[in-house]
Design a protein around this ligand. Sequence first.
Ligand SMILES: NC(=O)c1ccc[n+]([C@@H]2O[C@H](COP(=O)([O-])OP(=O)(O)OC[C@H]3O[C@@H](n4cnc5c(N)ncnc54)[C@H](O)[C@@H]3O)[C@@H](O)[C@H]2O)c1
Length: 243
Amino acid sequence: MAKKIAIVTGGVTGIGRAIAKTLVEHAYTVMVCDIDEQRGEQLAQEFPGSLYFYHCNVAKEEEIKAVVERVYCEHGRIDALVNNAGIIRRRTSEEIKVSDWDEVFQVNVRGAFLFCKYVAPLMKQARRGKIVNISSIAGKMGDITSAPGYGPSKAALDGLTKTFARELAPYGITVNGVAPHAIETEMSAQWTPERRESIIKAIPLQRLGKPSEVAAAVAFLLSEGADFITGEIIDVNGGYLMD
Ligand SMILES: NC(=O)c1ccc[n+]([C@@H]2O[C@H](COP(=O)([O-])OP(=O)(O)OC[C@H]3O[C@@H](n4cnc5c(N)ncnc54)[C@H](O)[C@@H]3O)[C@@H](O)[C@H]2O)c1
């Protein structure tokens, strides 16, 4: 039987890397789409025949369109799409440049929209497929680290998840989100030690999360066990927000 094909954006480091590795363990062939060419090629060498690196800037429509066409031409199917690429620009609302705010939306929202836009028709045709968008607790609560573009972009991503979930449900395709908080990655490494300590103190489970714990939630949403779940945003946050 042909192996399932998954696209993971921003899959070279952090949470995306953990998702890509977990999906390889779940017998997917994984296409990692990222701008970090050097580390992307290294990652592909770790998993020969199971993980491929594609240079793709999710802020660029033509690159997304080309990657989706290439993956489909080469493998004839796309079973799973994980929109994970995300950026944050930490400034107060007075300090942030409008161009930086726009860039956050371009990567975190428009990039996910475009991947869904180009992958959805292929999934519809197959009447099969699952999409997971990596959101953030900031989409539900606002951003706690002074990033005025980030929280709103993740709230928009949650809206996008629910909208595509409705549009694609008649075709048996599910679209869900995972909203992490305080996961140990390069993004969280930018925190000062004081901020890190105060963030941990506020988490009921009293620690940071692991990228593999976000990946496990994604793997569940992509599994058959989650066939009746769509339009849901699953929290992975150590109990920080219980909604
Ligand atoms: N780390 C956390 O605590 C945390 C919490 C909540 C949500 N998230 C979300 O999880 C996702 C992954 O975060 P992370 O902490 O692993 O981040 P990270 O910075 O470690 O990794 C982000 C990856 O995305 C890639 N990327 C950045 N811009 C890109 C672009 N334009 N096109 C393609 N790839 C691009 C980077 O090269 C990198 O591989 C993001 O969407 C983030 O918002 C993270």
